[in-house]
Design a protein around this ligand. Structure first.
Ligand SMILES: *[C@@H]1O[C@H](CO)[C@@H](O)[C@H](O)[C@H]1NC(C)=O
Ligand SMILES: *[C@@H]1O[C@H](CO)[C@@H](O)[C@H](O)[C@H]1NC(C)=O
Length: 192
């Protein structure tokens, strides 16, 4: 019995320690049709263990006055991260603060994927809304799978691609989606 209790104590101490790990960002690069260099900022929220990506002008539009390319935009971020010794992290979901306005039958969606540079596996998630619908502020959640872990305890580079789609299915209906202020990618830790 005493040994079981001490094992539990050790386990909860490890969990607490894992929860207190900190991630730091050393660099951020952005490229894509939805973001020009210098329009994206990233910072780590230690309190809720997430990376907040702030876009200044990231939107997709569809309708009679828009080109097909206006309905498919993306932003590929290259983020240098410093991972504490003995730990690795993985993103589990992204939360996008969006605004959208879509008429009947028009679909808007957001997808996120990420991978660590030099590794083959990628994790991704998508979610969307079909019109008629509109909202000036809605959070869209992309749950990412499978879980892809960072290299163990060292600096690495993670590529995070976010795309927005607006598709009217070749009708004359209109729709748009934009990221209002930020996308927050939350992460989890494990020992390695
Ligand atoms: C879209 O509008 C144009 C111009 O009014 C019209 O010629 C065309 O047939 C419409 N297309 C559809 C799919 O309704
Ligand atoms: C984005 O806007 C929402 C709602 O106004 C707010 O709760 C959130 O803190 C904002 N995020 C950032 C990074 O400013």
């Amino acid at each position: 019995m005493p040994s079981m209790i001490s094992q539990l104590a050790v386990l909860s101490a490890l969990l607490l320690q894992a929860a207190a790990q900190t991630l730091s960002i050393s660099s951020v690069g952005a490229i894509g049709t939805g973001c020009s260099p210098g329009t994206v900022k990233a910072h780590v929220n230690q309190a809720d263990q997430s990376v907040s990506l702030q876009f200044s002008n990231f939107r997709a539009d569809t309708g009679p006055n828009y080109a097909i390319s206006d309905g498919r935009v993306n932003c590929q971020l290259t983020v240098g991260v410093q991972v504490p010794a003995g730990y690795q992290f993985a993103f589990d979901q992204t939360v996008l603060n969006t605004a959208y306005s879509v008429s009947s039958g028009v679909k808007v969606s957001s997808s996120t994927s990420y991978y660590f540079q030099g590794e083959l596996s990628e994790s991704s998630g998508t979610c969307g809304v079909t019109g008629p619908a509109s909202s000036s502020y809605t959070t869209l959640v992309n749950r990412l799978s499978p879980t892809i872990w960072s290299p163990c305890g060292k600096a690495s580079i993670v590529s995070i691609n976010t795309d927005l789609r607006a598709d009217n299915g070749n009708t004359n209906n209109s729709g748009s989606i934009s990221v209002r202020n930020s996308t927050d990618a939350s992460f989890i830790w494990r020992r390695c």
